[in-house]
Design a protein around this ligand. Structure first.
Ligand SMILES: C[S@@+](CC[C@H](N)C(=O)[O-])C[C@H]1O[C@@H](n2cnc3c(N)ncnc32)[C@H](O)[C@@H]1O
Length: 184
């Protein structure tokens, strides 16, 4: 397994604006490296591709597949250039997460929900994408916040995430604001 320091040093060549925090990225990398050969890793919300690079590095190591989905308001070429410079294999879908093409027979091992954090985005993301996770697969929500008053800007992540993962096993990374659940 490549050393985390080596992985994060390579990933730091990519702009981390909007990216998950490094402790969460480290936890994700560990999760990804433990997946079986042929695993499918999907990230909703790619931004500049820093987390994508980390997941794609893990995917290449274990012979898995990384797929990132984003509307990419500025286009994909800059993100592709960053990932190509690192010599990574990846698939980027320039699409809204609610309408991205998906082969219904393809089941996901690791799903990262980090696109739109408001009700209109994350609610449907949970409804559409969680059924695509295989039994034993994992979902990671970044920027999780549970707020019964619904005033925090990320309340919908915790609200819809909690609803959609009823009966799932919560894994506890302790040191990030990401929340991680395993499908029974
Ligand atoms: C927080 S950033 C993603 C950060 C990335 N996961 C990382 O760690 O580097 C959110 C991204 O989601 C995208 N986005 C927001 N809502 C979306 C939607 N419904 N469909 C596709 N992309 C969306 C935005 O364009 C933005 O790039």
């Amino acid at each position: 397994m490549p050393a985390w320091e080596e992985v994060i040093t390579r990933a730091r060549t990519i702009d981390d604006h909007y990216a998950m925090r490094e402790p969460a990225q480290k936890y994700l990398f560990t999760l990804a490296m433990a997946l079986p050969k042929g695993a499918v890793i999907v990230e909703l919300g790619v931004a500049n591709g820093k987390t994508a690079a980390i997941l794609a590095m893990a995917a290449m190591e274990i012979d898995a597949e990384y797929i990132g989905i984003d509307v990419f308001p500025l286009g994909t070429s800059e993100v592709r250039r960053s990932l190509d410079t690192l010599g990574l294999h990846y698939t980027l879908l320039a699409s809204h997460t609610h309408t991205a093409p998906w082969d219904a027979s393809k089941k996901i091992d690791l799903l990262i929900i980090d696109a739109g954090h408001d009700e209109a985005n994350v609610g449907p993301d949970c409804k559409i994408w969680l059924p695509r996770v295989k039994s034993g697969g994992i979902v990671v929500f970044d920027d999780w916040y549970e707020d019964p008053t619904k005033t925090h800007c990320h309340w919908a992540v915790g609200y819809y995430g909690r609803q959609a993962t009823q009966g799932w096993i919560e894994l506890d990374p302790k040191y990030t604001d990401a929340r991680i659940f395993q499908k029974p």
